[in-house]
Design a protein around this ligand. Structure first.
Ligand code: UDP
Ligand code: MG
Length: 324
């Protein structure tokens, strides 16, 4: 039987309004799964308190007192959703065979947890939760989210559309994740890089159960910029392309101006000024792009990402037989 200790990892920032309900629903689900024998009795619901200013940590401590299925991880400071999530996952890695990350506000349909575990028991290492509809979103949120995935794709950060951070990762996938040493961690871009066998669970995203979104537009934009710049050097390449384009235009203009000049239709000095303006502008942009290319390389080097993650090694310790 596959070992099946599963941790739920839930980052919480000022979530006192939702925690009592979330914890109740999750406990029922986990006890149900334990009764079915799908997960071990060592499975836990781990709340990560991301430096909340309200009663969140008190609630988590109290839950832990009442029932040890609840585990609490308290961060010293507010470090943002992605870092809180990582703290939880890295803790879970040492205790669990798999961890499922989800939001505290019950937007990720908790009814789908069983399906994630089924896929894990089938042998999948990473299971992505993908929302089936965006019916509960405002037109604005739907539009911006769609644009976000388009831009991300165009900019070279490979993400799965309509997948947020509702996902299951096996222990070895978490160990793979632990090898990514970068500080600017964009989980959605990194997890697909780990590899292994993946699958998808479709779920309906609900409205926030209570409280307010902790992701205002400003945070969303900086999240998108972070995602692009931490996964891709494409923006630098774009400077190079523009540089080449401007430089080509300057050559075309050179030809054009020589023709006009030969016909004697210009003010003295104008031709040389305009051409050098475009020519030098093009060369500057091009040089910036080339320098950027090296900075991009340095950037990728300082991240010290793992160069490979081994999926399986076939090896037998027993002595080799001579087969003839
Ligand atoms: N969160 C966090 N730290 C932060 C902001 C958010 O841990 O600095 C948590 C929050 O408690 C929630 C999850 O991240 O569990 C997603 O946040 P939210 O629901 O506010 O985002 P939205 O669903 O509106 O995008
Ligand atoms: Mg939410």
């Amino acid at each position: 039987m596959k070992s099946n200790t599963v941790w739920l990892v839930i980052p919480c920032y000022n979530e006192q309004e939702v925690l009592p309900e979330t914890s109740k629903q999750l406990r029922d689900i986990m006890h149900g799964l334990m009764a079915e024998g799908k997960i071990s009795s060592q499975s836990r619901i781990a709340f990560v308190n991301d430096g909340s200013k309200d009663m969140t940590w008190n609630i988590i401590s109290q839950l832990h007192e009442e029932d040890h299925i609840f585990t609490g991880i308290n961060l010293a400071h507010n470090r943002g959703h992605q870092n809180a999530l990582l703290a939880g996952l890295m803790t879970a890695k040492d205790y669990a065979d798999a961890a499922i990350s989800l939001d505290a506000d019950l937007q990720d349909d908790v009814g789908a947890i069983g399906q994630f575990i089924d896929k894990f028991l089938e042998g999948k290492d990473i299971v992505y939760g993908v929302r089936s509809t965006r019916a509960t979103d405002t037109v604005f949120k739907r539009g911006t989210a769609h644009a976000f995935y388009k831009v991300m794709k165009f900019m070279g950060a490979d993400t799965l559309e309509d997948h947020a951070d509702y996902r299951l990762m096996s222990k070895r996938a978490l160990e793979g994740l632990a090898q990514f040493k970068e500080v600017n961690l964009f989980l959605r871009g990194i997890v697909p890089m780990i590899g292994y066998e993946t699958d998808i669970v479709y779920y309906e995203r609900h409205e926030r159960f209570a409280g307010e979104s902790k992701y205002p537009l400003k945070k969303m934009v900086s999240f998108a910029v972070d995602g692009i710049t931490s996964c891709s050097v494409k923006p630098i390449r774009m400077i190079t392309t523009i540089g080449m384009l401007v430089f080509s235009i300057s050559i075309l203009m050179l030809i054009y101006f020589i023709v006009v000049w030969a016909m004697g239709r210009v003010v003295a000095g104008w031709t040389s000024i305009v051409i050098s303006l475009w020519g030098i502008g093009g060369i500057i942009l091009l040089s910036l792009g080339i320098i950027g290319e090296y900075i991009g390389k340095i950037y990728m080097e300082v991240k010290e990402r793992p160069r490979f993650i081994i999926e399986k090694v076939l090896y037998e310790a027993s002595p080799c037989q001579n087969k003839q």
